[in-house]
Design a protein around this ligand. Structure first.
Ligand code: GTP
Ligand code: MG
Length: 811
């Protein structure tokens, strides 16, 4: 690598990594939450599928907004840890330090950028694909991860990490190297390769990536350390060249002034090298304190108003020239005036259209227009803000959240969670009965906005006319209201999955709804759901009525509501940075979704039929004629257990006690004779009583249970399989249990009890099965024998039983 300078390198320091992990661990614990100044980090384990030693890696994930705190143990966005060949902790994937937009945080205020940073400034286009991290594990495995996960997800075809692996195999094959070669090389460098997966066959992007253009674009090489250390552009490119990656272009500028002037200029036209760009990432060195060291440091420059408006004008002008209808959704009034002006000019000057189409005279036409109006772009934006309720960056109220969805997308769940988190308002269309519902719905939303900064207008708005109604009714009288669409995206490709997920949710919900009572009439409910899906009209931000939304947040109806909640909170805080003062921690989000999933019940219930498909000939009673009645609360999940076959357990008990003294077998005989042996056997994984101590696991299981789509009234639904090894029998004079071990290679199941066990039986109703936990705690502490009054017998022969994991609802 002659001429490129020294390649950055530093080895890992085990103690430092240990400290880092300890600090991250600390923040996953409950205690960390108590102080306001806390954050919490989510830890997820993955067994690396193709690793010969079955290495487990852990992903560490902060909430995006936590990166604005000044006390994180690391700012790496995308971080995985594991163990090295000596069993010591190591960082195996290290993303970039989270970087911010100019003016977004203190460090990115221009003044601070000017004072604290040092060139060269390497500019690259802000990418739009998905990020892929690659590194080498000690057993020679190439680890390929997306930001927070590795290996297949439920649906293999959609996993970013797997798509990344396919591309790597392709590029390595082309240069005659193996995955292991790359793994060893990355490990030798103690580095993570950071690339952008750009492939339209996998995921559509704003810029086209097909054929020769598709692949992995290497844009960084990070050293696997807690602090941020990364290769300069030329060395990244050299590595890309050597290992068959596509190269990322960097524009290198020497000083800050040149850089800023360049960025401002590109903002003027919104395009660079002939392509529309969203913004740039700038890499440089920064020094926080005058005496401190220079560290690698990134920031973003994103194009904002009025440049976005100028870009819209340019696109509309080009549409005019080519005879297409101009599409625009923002700055409607002024854009119409501009287009009138542009049309005139184009008519007056024949050659102008052709020139313009070749990107000449764009700025001049815009400036001529502004001059005639005697306005500056910034004045226009300011005036618009004055009408529409001010700069969104300063907005703290008057926001309406408008879902666009079908049944079961999780609207009410999201709404209840937001109410729980922030005390915002929530109006449910389903609670409004009688005639003239649409205007009354709008009115209730507006009334609640007098008290609350944000109101969730909980209705499907699946059809354009419904969106038209609410937008018009609101904006007519309240132009200052900001309407944010929560767009549950439905496409022909995803509709099948959406149908599966929403149907299973609605059926699991049973009668816990005002109108849709799936337990009572399943077929009718499925028909209503189909009706909504068939009438669904996708959002089109460029035409009426959807151009009336001030912003759109895209959500995936098949994702779980926890993920959608995080997206909504994150994007609202990006749109309105002053809206949410205290950003919630990931535990707060878990809690809020838990509340919404398990404790919510509707206030009223009316008969089915008022939401049926339009062409349904059966004229149903209006719901208003039906007196509202209170619905019984849906039974919440009580515990999750591995249920086991009875006979082999009874046989094992008999066999074990047959070979010991009759004295030892006395309590077992007593249980048998008094018919106190349990009628069925199971290993409890977690009980509702422990849900607060293990919120994530409880959420995961609640989730799996609901997804398993079991009939909640059948006493449990199957969530999966788990093998169980019977180890030993332990008892005192009150209770008997079998100590077991979960044989669960995929690590799907986790038991929160200190000792996983099966309760065999208790001496009477006065002794509850859960006291097995107390028995086994004492057994661990003091052991068996006459002193402790605890008996113990081993179960010989490695008996492993196939168990079924089930969720059991409370009675
Ligand atoms: P309608 O009011 O019928 O239009 O539905 P909605 O969009 O308001 O959906 P709702 O929030 O009621 O969710 C439907 C059912 O799915 C409820 O029983 C929820 O508890 C459940 N649900 C919502 N989100 C999730 C989730 O992330 N995972 C699982 N498993 N269930 C969920
Ligand atoms: Mg609902």
């Amino acid at each position: 690598m002659a001429g490129l300078g020294k390649v950055p390198y530093a080895p890992q320091n085990v103690e430092e990594v240990q400290t880092l992990i300890r600090n991250l661990e600390g923040s996953t614990k409950k205690e960390a939450k108590n102080s306001k100044k806390s954050f919490s980090c989510k830890k997820t384990a993955f067994t690396v599928a193709n690793s010969p030693e079955k290495i487990t890696v852990f992903s560490w994930r902060f909430q995006d907004w936590d990166y604005k705190r000044d006390n994180l143990p690391t700012y790496a966005r995308g971080l995985f840890t594991s163990k090295n060949e000596r069993g010591q902790p190591e960082i195996c994937i290290r993303g970039y330090d989270k970087f911010f937009n100019t003016e977004e945080v203190d460090a990115t205020k221009w003044r601070n950028i000017e004072n604290n940073t040092k060139g060269p400034y390497e500019l690259s286009l802000k990418e739009n694909g998905c990020i892929i991290f690659i590194s080498g594990l000690h057993d020679g495995t190439l680890l390929v991860c997306s930001k927070h996960s590795t290996g297949p997800r439920g649906d293999e075809t959609k996993s970013h990490a797997i798509a990344g692996e396919h591309w790597i195999d392709k590029q390595l094959a082309a240069i005659g190297k193996t995955r292991e070669d790359l793994a060893r090389e990355l490990r030798r460098r103690n580095a993570t390769a950071v690339a952008e997966l750009c492939d339209d066959d996998f995921e559509e992007h704003i810029l086209a990536y097909t054929g020769e253009n598709a692949g992995l674009y290497l844009h960084g090489m990070n050293i696997n350390l807690p602090e941020f250390m990364t290769y300069p552009g030329p060395q990244v490119q050299a590595f890309a060249e050597e290992w068959g990656f596509k190269k990322t272009d960097f524009l290198v500028l020497d000083d800050m002034q040149t850089t800023k002037t360049f960025l401002d200029q590109v903002a003027e036209t919104g395009s660079y090298n002939g392509r529309d760009v969203e913004g740039f990432v700038i890499r440089c060195k920064s020094q926080e304190k005058a005496s401190g060291p220079l560290m690698d440091w990134f920031f973003k420059y994103k194009f904002e108003e009025p440049y976005l408006m100028y870009r819209q004008w340019r696109e509309c002008t080009k549409a005019l020239i080519s005879g297409k209808p101009p599409r625009f959704k923002k700055h409607v009034k002024i854009t119409e005036e501009y287009l009138l002006f542009a049309r005139q000019k184009l008519a007056e000057n024949r050659g102008m259209g052709k020139e313009y189409a070749a990107n000449h005279g764009i700025i001049k036409l815009r400036d001529d227009f502004l001059k005639e109006k005697n306005l500056k772009g910034s004045d226009i934006i300011r005036e618009e803000y004055a009408i529409t309720g001010g700069n969104p960056k300063e907005t703290t109220k008057d926001i309406i959240l408008v879902p666009i969805a079908t049944l079961g997308c999780g609207k009410t769940t999201l709404a209840v969670a937001l109410v729980h988190l922030f005390g915002w308002g929530h109006i449910q269309n389903d609670n409004i009965t009688g005639k003239g519902r649409p205007p009354r719905f709008t009115k209730e939303v507006l009334t609640q906005l007098e008290q609350k900064p944000v109101v969730f207008a909980d209705r499907n708005n699946a059809q354009r006319h419904e969106r038209h109604q609410i937008i018009d009714d609101v904006k007519k009288t309240h132009p200052e209201m900001r309407m944010v669409a929560l767009n549950f995206v439905h496409t022909p490709d995803t509709i099948h999955k959406i149908r599966t997920v929403t149907q299973s949710r609605i059926l699991a919900r049973g009668d816990n709804h005002q109108t849709i009572q799936a337990a009572s009439d399943q077929n009718k409910v499925l028909g209503i759901m189909e009706g909504f899906i068939s009438r669904f009209e996708a959002l089109n931000p460029y035409s009426q009525p959807d151009d009336g939304f001030d912003a759109v947040i895209d959500l995936d109806p098949t994702a779980n509501s926890r993920d959608n909640l995080e997206i909504v909170v994150g994007q609202l805080s990006d749109l309105f940075p002053n809206l949410i003062k205290d950003m919630p921690s990931s535990e707060d989000l878990d809690d809020a979704i838990n509340v919404a999933l398990s404790e919510y019940e509707p206030e009223i219930r009316h008969t089915i039929g008022d939401r049926g498909p339009k062409n349904n000939n059966n004229k149903k009673k209006q719901p208003s004629k039906e007196p509202p009645q209170i619905v019984k609360k849906q039974k919440p999940l009580e515990y999750v257990s591995v249920n086991l076959p009875k006979t082999p357990i009874l046989d094992s008990l008999e066999t074990a006690f047959a070979s010991v003294s009759s004295n030892k077998g006395r309590f077992f005989r007593q249980l048998q004779e008094t018919r106190r042996v349990q009628p069925e056997f199971h290993v409890t994984l977690i009980h509702r009583a422990s849900s607060k101590a293990h919120p994530e696991l409880w959420l995961k299981y609640t989730e799996m249970h609901a997804q398993s789509g079991g009939d909640p009234w059948s006493g449990g639904s199957k969530m999966g399989q788990c093998k169980v090894l019977l180890e030993r029998i332990v008892w005192d004079n009150r209770i008997m249990a079998i100590v077991v071990r979960l044989v669960d290679e995929d690590e799907n199941w986790e038991c929160v009890n200190q000792v996983a066990h099966i309760t065999v039986g208790t001496r009477g109703d006065d002794v509850k099965p859960k006291e097995s936990n107390d028995l086994l705690k004492r057994w661990i502490e003091v052991g068996s024998g006459d002193d402790s009054g605890i008996g113990e017998v081993a179960i010989e022969g490695r008996i492993i039983l196939d168990g079924t994991v089930k969720g059991i609802l409370s009675r």
